[in-house]
Design a protein around this ligand. Structure first.
Ligand SMILES: Nc1ncnc2c1ncn2[C@@H]1O[C@H](COP(=O)(O)OP(=O)(O)OP(=O)(O)O)[C@@H](O)[C@H]1O
Ligand SMILES: [Mg+2]
Length: 258
């Protein structure tokens, strides 16, 4: 055989190197984070409140920056001159859906990103319809987002990002405030996507169900990186980083994805 194999020639979806960041008030939230996520991987980002998870997420498409270190998405550095392309490649579903829904109707919110990226007419309509269909919100297309329930707004927020067909999907606490059926439906959606996923979550069974690999961020540094099942079974690690399993949940009893 000649030439590199596809695995060698494809840059990782995400490469974070030595990332450190202090907020303008001087509070330092990240102290040198290294994280590589290969194409097609699904990785959970775990860690206690205040660990720096959202701060890290906000660096992935350049909302925050100018600290030390670097972030690359599929080989492209997150830098001012690349931001338009980076924002096409990185789809972030924010912790609060109200941070990303601002148009008069659901349809316009989902169309906003693809339209900004140059899609028009029937192609744009198809993209919007497919994304809404995917999250089970097609019949809500003409409703104002602010009339929807929290869980419905979360689904629309996911659709706004799916409509961009991103290289990497980043979700900040996707299962919070979802009812059990919606939580499972979102898991089914995420499993069905052929896309790299980085998922911030406090929902440890959800991490185990969806992500073969987890990373623990604690105090602004990566404290652990390994198989989700191994990390959840490591009682000392879990205690040290304030990670608690729900009552009665035994991660050993679950057949984890590989
Ligand atoms: N705008 C800000 N200005 C100053 N400090 C901030 C700001 N936003 C967050 N921080 C601080 O940075 C640290 C990391 O916050 P971050 O929101 O990234 O945590 P998190 O891991 O996402 O927590 P949670 O699980 O509660 O969502 C915290 O100590 C927080 O108080
Ligand atoms: Mg957060």
């Amino acid at each position: 055989m000649t030439g590199p194999t596809p695995a060698e020639s494809t840059p990782p979806s995400l490469q974070v190197s030595g990332l450190a960041y202090a907020y303008p008030d001087g509070h330092q939230a990240l102290f040198g984070v290294d994280l590589t996520v290969a194409r097609g991987e699904r990785v959970a980002l775990l860690g206690p409140n205040g660990a720096g998870k959202t701060t890290l997420v906000l660096h992935l498409n350049g909302i925050l920056g100018a600290g030390a270190g670097s972030v690359e998405v599929a080989g492209l550095p997150v830098a001012k001159q690349n931001l338009a392309e980076i924002r096409r490649r990185v789809g972030i579903v924010f912790q609060d859906p109200d941070d990303q829904l601002f148009m008069p109707t659901v349809r316009e919110d989902v169309a906003f990103g693809p339209a900004a990226a140059g899609l028009r007419g029937a192609e744009l309509e198809r993209r919007v319809a497919a994304a809404l269909e995917r999250v089970g919100m097609a019949e809500f297309a003409d409703r104002p987002p602010h009339h929807l329930s929290f869980g419905q707004r979360r689904r629309v927020a996911v659709a706004t990002v799916l409509a961009m067909e991103p290289e990497i999907l980043v979700l900040d606490e996707p299962s919070s405030n979802l009812d059990p059926a919606s939580r499972r439906e979102l898991a089914d959606i995420l499993r069905s996507l052929d896309v790299t996923v980085l998922m911030v979550t406090h929902d440890l069974p959800y991490a185990l169900e969806l992500c073969p690999r987890s990373v623990v961020l604690s105090g602004g540094v990566i404290a652990a990186d390994g198989r989700t099942q191994d990390l959840l079974c490591d009682e000392a690690l879990m205690r040290e980083h304030r990670l608690e399993l729900p009552f009665g949940f035994d991660p050993r009893s679950v057949t984890a994805p590989v």
